[in-house]
Design a protein. Sequence first.
Length: 83
Amino acid sequence: MQLSDVADRLVKARLQSLPGVGSAAIFGERRYSMRVWVDPQALSARGLTVQDIESAIASRNVEIPAGRIESTRREFSVRSLAS
């Protein structure tokens, strides 16, 4: 994920600034979908662990790929979100 960030912020911008380059695309990049900050004292007070939080999020968060729409100029991913 750090490499994706560097590629997006630094490499892509440099490539796009070259004469004759209209745009640059990054393929295979990985991004965070969610970041969670936990308070260790609050977890301890409730008798929970980080794994409990991870399990709760995973069991209630479902994203199902439904396909993709393509045209000559654009491509869109279609997602079906359910909980």
